[in-house]
Structures are given as structure tokens and as C-alpha cells.
Design a protein around this ligand. Structure first.
Ligand code: ADP
Length: 468
């Protein structure tokens, strides 16, 4: 069964967040159970593409409104990944030194057209075209409506929503850029008088998935304006929990961490990694180390961090370390906290994949007070590294973290306020003092299986249910 994943991100090529982790892992697990899965993504001018050599497998021009645009399809000369990636190279448009910018309409529209033009002339017809988020959500519309792709109309499409906050809106003035279709169906593109790619994808895809069951339910109440659409289309919607790549995120083999460890060697392993972090960031290693890793945006509760951390550091004997970037005022305030809390607080404002691994490995607790969390991968990584998650009860967090007071293994809070975050941190500090229980719990969480195996099967069953 040939499956094409079309995505703006894919680890290890280009990663901004969880989308990359999913698209970089799911094809590998699908191939292990008999699929032929590969990825089509943009060719960006970034570290990965600069460090590797590519060969051209296709060249053509695409129609883009009144213009024609040259594009190439590239692939790695030597691929060490467990699945193939084909890169759409559109010089001057896609080959930037970033993945996203303020205005990406033309970039991702041209990317989607090029991907379909290439698929159109391939000998093999894929069994399923699997799109991810709004950057590729016009593909189900184009396949079902554009005359150009009539011969591909019977290929089932799946759209996975990794985050419904971002929908890719653009003005109807640009409608001519979309390959020609019967204009009486233009309503399929529209939501509230603008072209809304995510809405169009939800309307036109054969199946729509979200990255956790709880997130699917939440979208019916809060989907940044698409609630009624999700409700109306609910018969074709299903939530499938993401897995984690248990090879990349494996404390026994992880080459980014200071000392590898298993459940047997957890005590020494965690200590060595924690000591390194505390040394590098001037933190007190005798206190429980609580970390946050992620985008500093409202969805993650980051606007509350300065006040919450101030409260927590005054009330509890903890060390706190932040890795992330995002809202500039929050970044500044998090920098300022370094002065009054020297020796027990630090922040690295930026993106650092290696440091994130060291933090999952060396921390005692991982903080995730998200307001919106479609699945959340960090809490699953932290479990694998014996780091106790401290989370709000939304989306995928609700599906993966159970509170210690409810027979579980994490610390959960309902409200998302500075006080509640500080209270949850205080509960963590108290739990840490109960050494025996804390040690038993971290051994237990390392054994929780969140690998992709089960979810890959669920996707396969979904594909099989799609009849041409
Ligand atoms: P989202 O996709 O909403 O950002 P997820 O929890 O699904 O959140 O995935 C986040 C991924 O991005 C994780 O792999 C996390 O470790 C990584 N990440 C986020 N911010 C940073 C950062 N500043 N440095 C390193 N890794 C980061």
C-alpha cells in the first residue's frame, strides 16, 4: 500500500514543532508493518539541505495564475532514513532559510500544486494521500475539484489536524492561483468570506483525524471558528493519539545526553544528566529540577510564566530551567527573572534540539500548563526519560497523563492560572521529598509504552476503510 505524506515539516530535515516529529516517525512505523510510505516536503535552504547532496528526479513548470513557475523534485543521493523523502524545489519561493514566515500563501500553494503535478505523472498511483495541517489542506479540494487532477480523483485523502489554531486564511482575490475548477463549488474553499485552507480540507478530505481523541472532542467547542464545521463533519472525523519515535527518544541510546540509562540504572543516569544541567546553568542540584521546553506562546500558557515562576520560586524549594522562544515580552521577562533567582532559575531563549534531550534526561519534572494541546509530545518524551509530567488537563495531555491522586503517575491541574501553575509546582516539590515513592514512580513511567506501533496500526485500519 503506497502512502504519500505531504507536509511542511519532517524531522530531521526541518522541524518547528510536533508536526515534524510525527511526519518524521509515522512513515517509518508504517513501513515496518508493510506499507510503502514516503514524504513530500518543500526544499528549504536550511542546515540539513546545506549539509547533504541531492539528485534531481523530476523537472517541470507549473501554472500559477497567469505565471508559470519552474520546479524540481529532488531526493537525497544517499538516504540513511527508513523512508524516502521527495523535496519540492521552487527556487526563489520555497528555498528560504526558514520554514514559516508572515505570509506563506504563495509558497505553500505552489508547493501543493507542484506536489500534485509530480504525483500526476508518476507511474504508481498512491493508495492514499495523507495531508498534514493547513499548509497541505487544499490538496483534498484540488483533487476533488480541479480539472487538472481529474484522473487522481479516486485517490482517498486523509487530513490530519495537528493544530487547528492556524488555518492558512487568504483572500478570495487569490482564488485564480488554484488550478481551475467549477466555480459554482467555490463555497468549498470559503469560511466567513475568506479562503480557509483548513476548512476546505475538512470539507473535502475523505477522512479527518486529530492527533488525540480528546482534542477531537474539544474542537467541537473550540476550533478557532471552525466548531460548527467540525460538528457537521464529525462522521468522518476520528482522533488517533500520536506515538513517539522510541529510537530517537531512547535514554539507553540517546547520543545527545550525558549518560545513557535504563530502568536499572535510572538513579545514576538521571543524576549524571541532572548534575550536568545544574552545572551548565548554575542551578542547585539538591532541589527538584523542573523544566519547560517549548514554544513561548499563549497556547502553552507562556504568558503566565513570569508571574507563575516568580510565585513558585518564592513558595517552593525548586530549581527551574526554561528552553524556548516565542512572544518577545515573555522572553524578556523570563530573562529578567534570572537576577532575583540566581542559582535556582535559568532560561535559554532559543531552539536547541540537543539541549532539549539533555533536559528530558536530567530533569525531575516537566512542566506543560497548556491551554491548547492537540497531542503534546513532550510529556511522552519525559515519561520515557523518567521525568514526571506536571500538566494541565487538555487535549492529548488529558489522554496521556493521570494524576498521582487518581492512581496515576503525574501531577495535573484544571485551571490555567499563575496560581494553579505555582500550586502544581509546589505539589511536585512535595512529591519529590517522598523519595521512595518518587523513585518507584519514575521507574514505572519509563515503562509506559507510547511508541508508534499501536497508532500506526490505527492509521492503517483507517486507510483500509477508505474505498475508492
Ligand atoms: P508543538 O508542536 O505545539 O510545538 P509538541 O509537544 O507537539 O508541541 O512538540 C514540540 C516538539 O518541539 C518537541 O519535540 C519539543 O522537544 C520540541 N521543541 C519545542 N521547542 C523547542 C526548543 N526551544 N528547543 C528544542 N526543542 C524544542
Amino acid at each position: 500500500m503506497e502512502i504519500v505524506h505531504i507536509s511542511a515539516e519532517c524531522y530531521p530535515v526541518a522541524k518547528v514543532g510536533g508536526l515534524a516529529d510525527v511526519v518524521g516517525a509515522l512513515p517509518m512505523y508504517q513501513n515496518a508493518i508493510g506499507c510503502q510510505s514516503f514524504v513530500v516536503m518543500p526544499f528549504y535552504d536550511i542546515l540539513f539541505t546545506q549539509k547533504n547532496t541531492f539528485k534531481k528526479v523530476y523537472h517541470a513548470t507549473l501554472k500559477f495564475g497567469k505565471e508559470t513557475i519552474d520546479f524540481n523534485v529532488l531526493t537525497l543521493k544517499e538516504n540513511s532514513l527508513d523512508f524516502d523523502i521527495f523535496y519540492i524545489d521552487i527556487p526563489g519561493l520555497l528555498d528560504k532559510n526558514y520554514v514559516y514566515s508572515e505570509n506563506d500563501t504563495d509558497r505553500f500553494l505552489a508547493f501543493q500544486i507542484a506536489a500534485l503535478d509530480w504525483i500526476l505523472q508518476r507511474e504508481n498511483t498512491p493508495k492514499v494521500i495523507h495531508c498534514h495541517d493547513h499548509h497541505t489542506a487544499l490538496i483534498p479540494f484540488m483533487l476533488s475539484q480541479s480539472y487538472e487532477y481529474k484522473s487522481l480523483r479516486n485517490i482517498p485523502t486523509v487530513l490530519t489536524i495537528h493544530n487547528a489554531q492556524y488555518q492558512g486564511w487568504f483572500s478570495h482575490e487569490k482564488v485564480d492561483l488554484i488550478p481551475e475548477f467549477d466555480f459554482s463549488n467555490v463555497g468549498l474553499l470559503d469560511w466567513n468570506q475568506t479562503i480557509n485552507p483548513l476548512a476546505a480540507g475538512i470539507k473535502c478530505a475523505w477522512k479527518v483525524t486529530t492527533v488525540s481523541p480528546s482534542y477531537m472532542n474539544e474542537l467541537k467547542l473550540n476550533a478557532n471558528g471552525l466548531e460548527s464545521l467540525i460538528k457537521a463533519e464529525s462522521s468522518k472525523c476520528v482522533g488517533i493519539l500520536n506515538g513517539i519515535d522510541s529510537e530517537v527518544w531512547n535514554p539507553e541510546k540517546d547520543t545527545f545526553i550525558v549518560q545513557n540509562f535504563s530502568t536499572e540504572t535510572i538513579q545514576e543516569g538521571k543524576k549524571a544528566n541532572k548534575d550536568w544541567l545544574c552545572d551548565a546553568f548554575n542551578l542547585d542540584p539538591n532541589r527538584p529540577l523542573i523544566v519547560f521546553i517549548g514554544r513561548l506562546v499563549g497556547e502553552k500558557g507562556a504568558d503566565l510564566f513570569p508571574e507563575a515562576f516568580d510565585l513558585a520560586l518564592k513558595n517552593s524549594d525548586i530549581s527551574l530551567l526554561v528552553l524556548g522562544s516565542g512572544m518577545s515580552d515573555v522572553e524578556k521577562e523570563l530573562e529578567l527573572l534570572k537576577v532575583p533567582f540566581k542559582g535556582v532559575y535559568n532560561a535559554f531563549i532559543g531552539y536547541d534540539e540537543r539541549l532539549s534531550h539533555k533536559m528530558y534526561a536530567g530533569a525531575d519534572f516537566l512542566l506543560m500548563p497548556s491551554r491548547v494541546e492537540p497531542c503534546g509530545l513532550n510529556q511522552m518524551y519525559s515519561l520515557r526519560y523518567g521525568t514526571v509530567p506536571v500538566t494541565s488537563k487538555v487535549g492529548g495531555l488529558k489522554d496521556t497523563v493521570i494524576d498521582i491522586n487518581e492512581g496515576g503517575f503525574g501531577i495535573c491541574h484544571n485551571e490555567i492560572t499563575s496560581e494553579e501553575i505555582a500550586n502544581a509546582i509546589q505539589r511536585a516539590a512535595v512529591f519529590y521529598k517522598n523519595t521512595q515513592e518518587f523513585e518507584t514512580n519514575r521507574r514505572r513511567i519509563m515503562n509506559i509504552d507510547h511508541s508508534w506501533d499501536a497508532s500506526a496500526e490505527e492509521y492503517l485500519n483507517l486507510y483500509k476503510s477508505l474505498k475508492e
